[in-house]
Design a protein. Structure first.
Length: 185
């Protein structure tokens, strides 16, 4: 149900930087404002092989989205403080996602299903004064078994720890009461 609501919800921003057009710029087309009057905030992607990528099974992602690594431009905010909020997150991958007003994102991964999905999205909103902008943080989930030795026969790796466990074997025997004949084919 939450996914349906997310799909029906249209994120709106009060950022005047949305001047992207599929038509070529002509002398009559006004250019996007390039001076210090709009937010320029970049989406963030964390590869599953990255050191910042979290493991599945209740492990924590901590990410400073205000890091200079992401090339955000908050010139339009001036002296106004920036306020971050989590608007939505992929509940198949994360059990929770929070962010401080200063921009430190913390998300807790779900169980083995997070690894099976491979990545999850967190939608953030940043505001300063009357300006706001939405960004997506795409987070890859690190495989704890990547680079580990293979398990032996009749063993399977635990998807949370990668320790080899005995494989569960389900055996069902059916007997027919008062039957003495056996038919082999």
């Amino acid at each position: 149900m939450r996914l349906q609501l997310l799909m029906a919800y249209v994120y709106q921003s009060t950022n005047p930087c949305f001047c992207i057009s599929s038509t070529p710029v002509t002398p009559e087309t006004p250019e996007c404002p390039d001076d210090c009057n709009c937010l320029k905030v970049c989406n963030i992607a964390i590869n599953a092989a990255d050191d910042n990528a979290p493991l599945p099974c209740a492990k924590t992602l901590t990410l400073n989205v205000m890091s200079d690594d992401y090339d955000h431009d908050f010139c339009a905010c001036g002296e106004k403080s920036k306020v971050w909020t989590v608007e939505d997150y992929d509940e198949d991958v994360f059990v929770s996602a929070t962010i401080t007003r200063a921009g430190v994102l913390t998300a807790i991964t779900s169980g083995p299903g997070a690894l099976a999905k491979g990545y999850g999205k967190i939608i953030l909103k940043v505001c300063c004064g009357p300006l706001s902008h939405y960004i997506t943080v795409l987070v890859g989930i690190k495989d704890p078994c990547d680079g580990c030795a293979d398990c032996g026969d009749c063993e399977v790796p635990d998807p949370c720890t990668c320790e080899c466990d005995d494989a569960e074997i389900d055996i069902f025997l059916n007997t027919v009461p008062q039957s003495g004949n056996t038919l082999l084919q």
